[in-house]
Design a protein around this ligand. Structure first.
Ligand code: 13P
Length: 323
C-alpha cells in the first residue's frame, strides 16, 4: 500500500523478486517463428511446427534447469504447446520453479519521419514492447521518444493485468562507434524511458529491465575487455536506474557465449543495488543447437550443454565465474 494501490501489486512484487533471485536469470526463448526458423536452418532443419516443438521441448524439459534459471520468456506458440507425452510446457517450467513469461510484441515496422528507424507494434489490445534503437543511423529524438513512450505504456498495461513487464530498450550493437558513443546514446534512451515510466505510474519495484550492455559497436576497431564493459555499463546503470528496480537482466545481443558470461561476471565484482543478471537467448542456446542438430539421440548431450551455460551465467551473477 505504501507503493501504489492496485489489485496485483503484491503479486507483481513477488514475481519480480522471485525472478531476480540470487544465482538465477532468464532463459529467453521468445524467438518469433521467423527467427526460430533461422536458428533451425543453421542446423539444416525445416521451420515446421514439429521442429519448433521438438527444440523447445529439449530446452524446457532440461532437468535441474531451475537451479540457474528463474524465468523463461516464451513465444505465443510455445505457451500453448506440450511435450510429446502431453505435459504442458508451462507445467514443465512450474515444476522447476521457473516463472513463464510471454512475448507480446508484434514485430518491428518502419517509423515514419525518422532516420529509417523502426518501432514496435502491438500496443493495441494489450501489448508488449521490445523496441530497438540503432546507433549507426543516429538515433533520432523521434525514435527515442517513441521507444520510451511505447515501453512505458506497455509496462503500465502489463502491470494493470498482473504481469511483470520486462522493459527492453535494446540498443543494437551494430556499427563501428566507440564505447563512449554507446554510453551517450544509452544515457539518453534510459533517461527518457524512466521519465515516461514515472509519468505512466509504473511501479518500479514490479518491473524488470532488460538492456543491452554498454560496449563498442560490433565493427569497432578495438575490442573492450570485460572490465571496461562492466565499468561503462555500471556507470550508466548508476546514473539512470533507481535502486527500486529489482532486476537488471541483460540481453546478450550477439556476443559470444563466453563473452556474455565474462561481462556479466565482471559487473558482479563489486556490490550494486540491483540483481544484475542475464536474459540471454543466443548466449544460452548457440552450443545447444549445434549439439542437438535435430537428432533425438543428441537431446541429452544438448541439455547438458544448456546446463553448462546456465550454470556459468549463474556463477557470473554471483561474481564467481572463472573460465
Ligand atoms: P539475445 O540474448 O540473443 O540478444 O536475445 C535476447 C532477447 O532479446 C530475446 O528476447
Amino acid at each position: 500500500a505504501t507503493i501504489r494501490a492496485g489489485s496485483y501489486t503484491e503479486e507483481l512484487l513477488q514475481t519480480a523478486k522471485s525472478i531476480a533471485s540470487p544465482g538465477r536469470g532468464i532463459l529467453a526463448i521468445d524467438e518469433s517463428n521467423a527467427t526460430c526458423g533461422k536458428r533451425l536452418a543453421s542446423i539444416g532443419l525445416d521451420n515446421t511446427e514439429a521442429n519448433r516443438q521438438a527444440y523447445r521441448q529439449l530446452l524446457l524439459t532440461t532437468s535441474g534447469l531451475g537451479e540457474y534459471i528463474s524465468g523463461a520468456i516464451l513465444f505465443e506458440e510455445t505457451l500453448y504447446q506440450s511435450t510429446i507425452d502431453g505435459t504442458k510446457f508451462v507445467d514443465c517450467l512450474r515444476g522447476e520453479n521457473i516463472v513463464p513469461g510471454i512475448k507480446v510484441d508484434k514485430g518491428l515496422v518502419p517509423l515514419p519521419g525518422s532516420n529509417s528507424e523502426s518501432w514496435c507494434q502491438g500496443l493495441d489490445g494489450l501489448a508488449s514492447r521490445r523496441t530497438v534503437v540503432s546507433i549507426p543511423c543516429g538515433p533520432s529524438a523521434l525514435a527515442v521518444k517513441e521507444a520510451a513512450w511505447g515501453l512505458a505504456r506497455y509496462a503500465a498495461i502489463a502491470q494493470d493485468n498482473g504481469l511483470v513487464p520486462i522493459v527492453e530498450p535494446e540498443i543494437l550493437l551494430d556499427g563501428d562507434h566507440a564505447i563512449e558513443r554507446t554510453l551517450e546514446v544509452a544515457e539518453n534512451v534510459w533517461a527518457e524511458v524512466f521519465f515516461y515510466l514515472a509519468q505512466n505510474n509504473v511501479v518500479f519495484e514490479g518491473i524488470l529491465l532488460k538492456p543491452s550492455m554498454v560496449t563498442p559497436g560490433a565493427e569497432h576497431k578495438e575490442k573492450a575487455s570485460p572490465e571496461t564493459i562492466a565499468k561503462y555499463t555500471l556507470t550508466m546503470l548508476k546514473r539512470r536506474v533507481p535502486p527500486a528496480v529489482p532486476g537488471i537482466m541483460f540481453l546478450s545481443g550477439g556476443q559470444s557465449e563466453v563473452q556474455a558470461t565474462l561481462n556479466l561476471n565482471a559487473m558482479n565484482q563489486s556490490p550494486n543495488p540491483w540483481h544484475v543478471s542475464f536474459s540471454y537467448a543466443r548466449a544460452l542456446q548457440n552450443t545447444v543447437l549445434k549439439t542437438w542438430k535435430g537428432q533425438p539421440e543428441n537431446v541429452e548431450t544438448a541439455q547438458k550443454a544448456l546446463l553448462i551455460r546456465a550454470k556459468a551465467n549463474s556463477m557470473a551473477q554471483l561474481g564467481r565465474y572463472s573460465a
